[in-house]
Design a binder for this molecule. Structure first.
Ligand code: NAD
Length: 334
């Protein structure tokens, strides 16, 4: 078992990565926790034993279930169960479950402890770490939320065994991002070590900038084009698959700006190809519309800000050269 920590002073928390990590739940429950509300989805299919009185609360599946109605239903179910701050929420699922359960933990009774047991690769390397929680509005993704750090995270590699292949691939897209944020040799690591290396990288970034005053934005590497693809319909690409195309695009933009050389672009392509992820846009997307969407990205303050690789590593960069942004899209044309 690999034991890591997200270092945030008195809110620091452990992350255990490895086969059977979920069986450590009792060990990491907050001291004195009276009962556990286990939030999950029917499709997850993995049970946990909190070792204290517990009740399972199932929420709906998919991005469509990540809305305020689900938050209200869950809060009401908790109220009817008599949940108080002496209880703990345990989120068992992918990013939808950890985002919803984490947000409910932040707001129910003004804050309950939450332990995440992420069951998708994407949630293990990303969503469950770092304390961002929230839900969607009809107007856009993740527009309502809170920073609420969990008290522990258990990344059990055993539960990834039942993940549909498409979901696993989506996690690999998010994982590929870390290969360019300073994790060396990522594609060659065994799964546990690769997950742990990503968690270590994210923990370090989160610890340096918990509330995204600046540096944390690098975790959005590859995401500007990915979000535009998703907004335009995405033609069935999962989030991590869209990120994979976005990573190659970001490298192509960085090369055109003279920030990186051809070899570094080739390295991006090698990593993405090695994970068997898509390297090009799905057919039918209008390049002008994609570029227009870049300036609507939640991370953009003025104009278009892309996260780009360069001599100082990956960092946010303002790019006002529309023809360059369009030209780089040709490098990921279907
Ligand atoms: N908070 C953050 O920092 C952060 C970071 C990245 C992504 N996210 C969010 O995460 C969400 C996406 O998460 P996701 O990719 O995990 O998708 P998801 O939570 O929708 O899970 C994908 C599907 O797999 C099923 N599933 C989960 N675990 C399973 C298992 N072990 N076996 C079989 N089926 C299983 C789920 O029920 C679901 O149907 C998005 O809403 C995104 O906004 C949040």
């Amino acid at each position: 078992m690999i034991e890591l920590e997200v270092p945030l002073g008195d809110r620091s928390y452990p992350v255990h990565v490895g086969l059977g990590a979920r069986h450590r739940l009792l060990e990491v429950l907050p001291v004195g926790a009276r009962r556990a509300a286990v939030v999950t989805q029917a499709a997850v299919g993995w049970e946990v034993d909190p070792g204290v009185e517990s009740k399972v609360f199932a929420i709906g599946d998919g991005e469509d279930a990540k809305h305020l109605g689900t938050v209200e239903d869950l809060c009401r179910d908790l109220a009817q169960w008599g949940a108080t701050r002496a209880d703990v929420i345990v989120a068992v699922g992918g990013g939808v479950v950890t985002d919803v359960a984490g947000f409910v933990a932040a707001v129910y009774h003004r804050g309950l402890p939450v332990v995440h047991v992420p069951t998708t690769l994407l949630a293990q390397v990303d969503a469950a770490i770092g304390g961002k929680t929230g839900v969607n509005l009809p107007e856009g993704k993740n527009l309502v939320g809170a920073y609420w750090q969990p008290s522990a995270v258990l990344c059990d590699s055993e539960v990834l065994g039942t993940l549909p292949p498409r979901e696993y691939r989506s996690g690999l897209g998010e994982m590929a991002k870390y290969a360019f944020l300073g994790v060396d040799g990522l594609p060659d690591l065994p799964l546990d070590e690769a997950v742990a290396a990503c968690v270590r990288c994210k923990a370090e970034v989160v610890a340096s900038d918990e509330r995204e005053g600046g540096r944390r934005a690098i975790l959005n590497y590859g995401h500007t084009l990915a979000h535009a693809i998703e907004t335009e319909g995405g033609y069935g690409l999962r989030h991590g698959e869209a990120v994979a195309v976005g990573l190659i695009y970001a490298a192509e933009v960085a090369r055109r700006l003279g920030r990186i050389d051809d070899e570094r672009v080739a390295e991006h392509r090698r990593v993405i190809a090695g994970y068997d992820l898509p390297m090009a846009l799905p057919p039918g997307l209008d390049p002008d519309r994609l570029v227009a969407l870049f300036s609507r990205d939640k991370k953009a303050v003025t104009g278009v800000t892309l996260v780009l690789d360069g001599a100082r590593g990956v960092e946010p960069v303002a790019v006002d050269d529309q023809p360059l942004l369009l030209g780089a899209l040709e490098a990921v044309a279907p």
